[in-house]
Every structure is written in C-alpha cells, then in structure tokens.
Design a protein around this ligand. Structure first.
Ligand code: CP
Ligand code: NVA
Length: 341
C-alpha cells in the first residue's frame, strides 16, 4: 500500500507510478461510493472521515473547478474549508509565504495553493507543517492530471501504451504536466506545436529518463499528421494562460491557430479518439474575453472548435467532475485515510 500520509502534492515528478496508481484507484472508489449515495466517512470509509479537521484554500488566481472540487471534497470528508481569494488577505502584501505557511499550519490540517511560480508552492510546503497541495502553478497542474488519467481510464479502459497528443503551448503548466504524467504512467506523449512552444530541454530529458522505465515515448513535433495520427487522446488548453499579459494574444493566435483541435485533427486520429480540455475553453464567443477576441481578431473559436467541443468524442464535463473525486483522493490519502485496498 502506498504510504502518502503527511506528504505534499506539489508535482507528479515527486510520485512513483505506484503512488499515482494508488491515488487513481482511490479516486475510482470514492467516485463509485459517492454515486452509490455513500458519503465518504459514513460507511465503507468510516475510519477515514475527518471530523474536526479543516483545510485552507489559497487562490492567487481565479478558479471554478479547483476551488469547487476542494470545497465539495472537504465537505464530503466531514472537514471545514476556508477560501482565501486573490484579494483580502495579507499574503504577498504584508506577509511572506514562509510566515503564511507557519500561521496556517497552526489552524489547518492541509493547505491548497494556486498561484504563480512553482517555487512559491515549494516554499509554502517547506515552511508548512501540514500537507500542501498544488492547485496550479505556471509550471504544473498535478491535480488536473489525476482527473485526466481517471477520465482516460473510464473511457478507454487502460493507460499504458495509449497515445496522447497535446496541441498548443506545450511549455506551460498543462503541457509540462501531461509530459510528466504520460512518462510516469506509460502513455506515449506527443507535443504538437511550433518549436518555440516545445517544453524545456531540462524537463524533456527528465521525462525521457522516466519514460525509459515505463515504456513511454516522448515526441515533439510541428507536424499535425504526426501529432494527431493514431492518437487515442487529443487535448489542448487556452492559448493564453492566467497571469500572462494581454499583449501576447495576437502572436499566440497567429502561432497556434494551425494547431487548433478541429474536425481535421480528430479525423486524423480516428473515431476512437477522445478529446479532453482542462477548461475553461474558448470554443465560442460566449464569454467576455471571447467577445473581445472576436471583435479584435475576427475569430470566434480558438484552441478547439465548437463542433469538437460539443461532439460525442469530447469528455470535458466528465473530466471536470473527476477533478472532485481525484482531489478528494489526494486530501484523503495525504491526511491519513484508511487504505483503499
Ligand atoms: N481546470 C481548472 O483548473 O479549472 P479552474 O481554473 O476553474 O479551477
Ligand atoms: N494553462 C491554463 C490552465 C487553466 C486551468 C492557465 O494556467 O490559465
């Protein structure tokens, strides 16, 4: 059994494939129990409910899924949670991350952090005496990876040997995290984008070493046929991430438009291929930013067409739901829940 009690969850690089497998199995079990109407802590997992425990949720960037997933998971596990938003706290303004970590450790049993550089969440964890969970940094989005792997397993049955193609900015949190997740779990990873958007040499090398153990292959290509051909999973993400300046939109649209996930990309892969997106997605001009982009650049769809987003091959809403089950598993395991076995 994986011993995850007391561990931080900062990036998948810190976890063995067996530990990731354990978290996925626990997620499937927690989901099944929730669907069966068994609130965690009430029956099967009765030794693992956490009455009297509380968790702090620090969000220096916006969130719908991650925040809701942590809050619902905490509630299902019988815990309290406190949301600390991008404004209205002392964090960063008057109080350092190191001091914040020590203050919150005195009141809470776990701390979630969403923000900017990975070094910030690593520093928070170094100073905190309770588990720290990364709810997204510029470099990594590890809780999202568990949900994505879970969704792939639900749809395709297995992970090992599957081909996952990521189209878009492959050097940011989602691209980096997919490369690590695939290398760990034995999926073949392809980043399909202009060379400038390839992941860093350092991370690629690290992932290739991990992939040598798992049997995964890592491919970086500018060629859409090579990228999408025979893919089992095609995924993408917004072209401009939270915290990036508005000025980059024009260049991103120019550079990444050829890598839009559209009917051609999905047809290259074949009917069996599923589409995933961490969300939020610009698949129409129905949002504030979407409308501005349409007005300025004359496009109403960006990283994915509405047709693909709404198609039967798209599993984005199941993927979003799985954020909650997987985040519950991370909280549960790191705070010392009973074995899922
Ligand atoms: N996918 C994801 O992290 O969504 P939120 O930004 O809504 O949390
Ligand atoms: N790359 C995106 C992911 C959002 C979940 C961002 O960082 O904004």
């Amino acid at each position: 059994m994986a011993e995850l009690k007391g561990r931080d969850f900062l990036k998948l690089l810190d976890f063995t494939p067996e530990e990731i497998r354990y978290l996925l199995d626990l997620s499937h079990r927690l989901k099944a129990e929730k669907k069966a109407g068994i609130a965690a802590g009430k029956q099967h997992l009765h030794e693992c409910s956490f009455p009297g425990k509380n968790i702090a949720l620090i969000f220096e960037k916006s969130s719908t899924r991650t925040r809701c997933a942590f809050e619902v998971a905490a509630s299902d596990l019988g815990m309290g949670s406190t949301y600390l938003g991008p404004s209205g706290t002392q964090i960063g303004g008057k109080e350092t991350i190191a001091d914040t970590a020590r203050v919150l450790s005195g009141m809470y049993d776990g701390i979630e952090y969403r923000g900017f550089g990975q070094e910030i969440v690593e520093e928070l964890a170094a100073y905190a005496s309770v588990p720290v969970w990364n709810g997204l940094t510029n470099e990594f989005h590890p809780t999202q990876m568990l949900a994505d792997l879970m969704t792939i397993e639900e749809q395709l049955g297995t992970l090992r040997g599957r081909k996952l193609c990521y189209m878009g900015d492959a050097r940011y949190n989602m691209g980096n995290s997919y490369m690590v997740a695939c290398a760990k779990m034995g999926l073949h990873y392809t980043a399909c984008c202009p060379r400038e958007y390839f992941p860093s040499e350092e991370l690629r090398r690290k992932c290739e070493e991990i992939a040598a153990e798992s049997g995964a292959e890592i491919t970086l290509t500018e060629d859409i046929r090579e990228g999408c051909g025979a893919a089992d999973v095609i995924c993408t993400d917004v072209w401009v991430s939270m915290g990036e300046p508005d000025e980059v939109w024009e260049k991103r649209i120019r550079d990444l438009s050829p890598y839009q996930v559209n009917r051609t990309a999905m047809e290259l892969a074949g009917e069996h291929c599923i589409f995933l997106h961490c969300l939020p997605a610009f698949h129409n001009a129905g949002t504030g930013i979407g409308k501005e982009i349409e007005k300025k650049f004359g496009i109403s769809e960006m990283e994915v067409t509405d047709e693909v987003f709404e198609s039967a091959q798209s599993h984005v809403f199941r993927q979003a739901e799985n954020r909650m089950h997987t985040i519950k598993a991370v909280i549960y395991a790191t705070l010392g829940g009973k074995s899922a076995e």
